[in-house]
Design a protein around this ligand. Structure first.
Ligand SMILES: NC(=O)c1ccc[n+]([C@@H]2O[C@H](COP(=O)([O-])OP(=O)(O)OC[C@H]3O[C@@H](n4cnc5c(N)ncnc54)[C@H](OP(=O)(O)O)[C@@H]3O)[C@@H](O)[C@H]2O)c1
Length: 374
C-alpha cells in the first residue's frame, strides 16, 4: 500500500510538471540565428546527432559544430543534411567539423580552443556520443548458462577463467570511458564556456532508459548510463551553486546552466549494432516498435525551446517502468527461456530478441530479455 501511494505521488508530480503552462520560451530569448550549437557525436547518418543537425538547420541555426572521431563520416553527415535542407535553411548557416576522441584530454582541450576561436562562446551543448554493451556479465567471460556468450558458443564451464574476468573488466572500462568519463571531461571543459559566454546556456544529454531500469544483457550499459545520469544531475546542482559568482578579472557573473537529460528507450537506428563494446553479434532487441529518431529529436528540441529542464523519458510508459524499478516491481519472472521451461514446460513466450546462430548452432537470441532497453 505504501508503495502504491508513493508511486501515485510520483506520478501526480510528473503529471503536474508536464501539465504546467509553458513559460519563458528559450527560443524567444535566444533566436536560432544567434545560437551557437555544438553536437558531440554526430557522425552517423541515422543517428540522433545527425537528426539534431538537420532540425537545427531547419529552424534557422547558423552557427553549428559537429564532432565525432571519423572525419569522412562527419563530412558525409554535414553534406547530406545541408543538401536535405537546401532552400529551407538560412543562407548563412555554417557547419564546422571537428574530429575528436571525446575521452582524450588533448582532443577535448583542442575542441574548447576551436569553439572559443570560432565563436568566442557557446550557447547549447548536445552530448549525444556514447557506447553500449549487449552481453550478460557472465557472457562476457564466456560462461553464461543461457549460452549468450562472447564466443558465440554454449559454455560447459561454470566459473570464469582469469582471462574471462579480465574481459569483464575491459568491457566495464570501455563502457565507462565512453559513457561516463567522456561526459565528465566534456562537461569540465565546456561548462565554464557556457557559464561565462552565454546569456541563455543549456546542456542536453542523451542518456537512456537503461540508466533508469535494470535489464538483462545490458548490465554494463545500464550501470554506466545510470552513472552518467547521476553525474549530469549532480553537475547541474553544482552549476546552480556556481551561478552568480564573479568571473575573475571582470564584473560579469556566471550564468546558471540548466540541463535537459533525455532518457529514450530503444531507437530504430544502427547504434546498438555499431557501438557495442563487448561483442559484434549477440542478442538484439526487436526494434520494430522502437522509437523513431525524428520523434526523439522533436521532443527534445520542444523541451529545450520551452526551457523545460529535468528528465525527458521516452516513451512515457518507460517512465512508469522506471518508477516500478525503484521497488523492484519490474522484475520479470519470465526472464529467461531456461527458467520458463523449468516452470511451465514448453515455451509460450514470444521473445523480443532476434535469433542469431551461435557457433554450436544454438540460437543465441532466444534466451533473454523480455524488457527492451537500448
Ligand atoms: N540507439 C538507441 O537505441 C539508443 C537508445 C537510448 C539511448 N541511446 C543513446 O544515444 C546515444 C547514441 O546516439 P545514436 O543512437 O543516435 O547513435 P550514434 O549517433 O550512432 O552514436 C554514436 C555517435 O557517437 C560518436 N562517438 C562514440 N564514441 C565516441 C568517442 N569516444 N569520441 C567521439 N565520438 C564518439 C560516434 O562517432 P564516431 O564513431 O565517428 O566517433 C557517433 O557519431 C548514446 O548516448 C546512447 O546511449 C541510444
Amino acid at each position: 500500500m505504501k508503495h502504491v501511494l508513493g508511486l501515485g505521488g510520483l506520478l501526480a508530480l510528473w503529471l503536474l510538471r508536464n501539465a504546467l503552462p509553458r513559460r519563458g520560451q528559450r527560443i524567444a530569448k535566444l533566436p536560432a540565428s544567434e545560437e551557437r550549437v555544438v553536437i558531440l557525436g554526430a557522425s552517423t547518418l541515422d543517428g540522433l546527432g545527425a537528426a539534431l543537425l538537420k532540425q537545427c538547420l531547419l529552424r534557422g541555426t547558423e552557427h553549428l559544430m559537429i564532432v565525432g572521431r571519423r572525419r569522412d563520416a562527419l563530412e558525409q553527415v554535414r553534406d547530406h543534411m545541408l543538401a536535405q535542407t537546401a532552400g529551407r535553411r538560412s543562407a548563412r548557416a555554417h557547419v564546422e567539423i571537428v574530429c575528436a576522441e571525446l575521452t582524450s584530454s588533448a582532443d577535448i582541450a583542442a575542441l574548447r580552443d576551436r569553439i572559443l576561436q570560432q565563436w568566442g562562446g557557446l550557447d547549447t551543448l548536445h552530448i549525444v556520443f556514447g557506447v553500449t554493451s549487449i552481453l550478460p556479465v557472465l557472457g562476457v567471460a564466456d560462461v553464461d548458462p543461457c549460452g549468450v556468450n562472447a564466443s558465440g558458443a554454449a559454455s560447459t564451464d561454470v566459473h570464469p577463467t582469469r582471462e574471462g574476468l579480465d574481459r569483464i573488466a575491459a568491457a566495464v572500462r570501455r563502457s565507462s570511458d565512453g559513457n561516463l568519463t567522456g561526459t565528465a571531461m566534456v562537461l569540465g571543459a565546456l561548462v565554464p564556456i557556457l557559464q561565462t559566454t552565454s546569456a541563455h546556456p543549456a546542456v542536453v544529454v542523451i542518456g537512456s532508459v537503461a540508466g533508469l531500469v535494470p535489464a538483462p544483457t545490458r548490465a554494463v550499459y545500464c550501470a554506466t548510463k545510470a552513472s552518467q545520469h547521476f553525474l549530469v544531475r549532480s553537475v547541474e546542482l553544482e552549476c546552480e551553486s556556481q551561478a552568480g559568482t564573479l568571473v575573475p578579472g571582470t564584473q560579469r557573473r556566471r550564468a546558471r546552466v540548466p540541463f535537459l537529460l533525455v532518457a529514450p528507450g530503444p531507437i530504430q537506428n544502427s547504434f546498438v549494432a555499431t557501438y557495442a563494446v563487448d561483442a559484434r553479434t549477440g542478442p538484439r532487441d526487436n526494434r520494430e516498435n522502437a522509437l523513431k529518431v525524428h520523434d526523439v529529436i522533436s521532443a527534445t528540441l520542444a523541451r529545450l525551446d520551452h526551457a523545460q529542464w529535468g528528465t525527458l523519458v521516452m516513451p512515457t510508459r518507460a517512465y512508469v517502468a522506471s518508477l516500478l524499478a525503484q521497488v523492484n516491481a519490474t522484475y520479470v519472472w519470465l526472464l529467461t527461456q531456461a527458467r520458463l521451461d523449468w516452470v511451465h514446460g514448453a515455451s509460450t513466450v514470444q521473445l523480443l530478441t532476434v535469433p542469431h546462430e551461435g557457433a554450436c548452432g544454438r540460437p543465441l537470441g532466444g534466451v533473454h530479455a523480455r524488457r527492451k532497453v537500448a
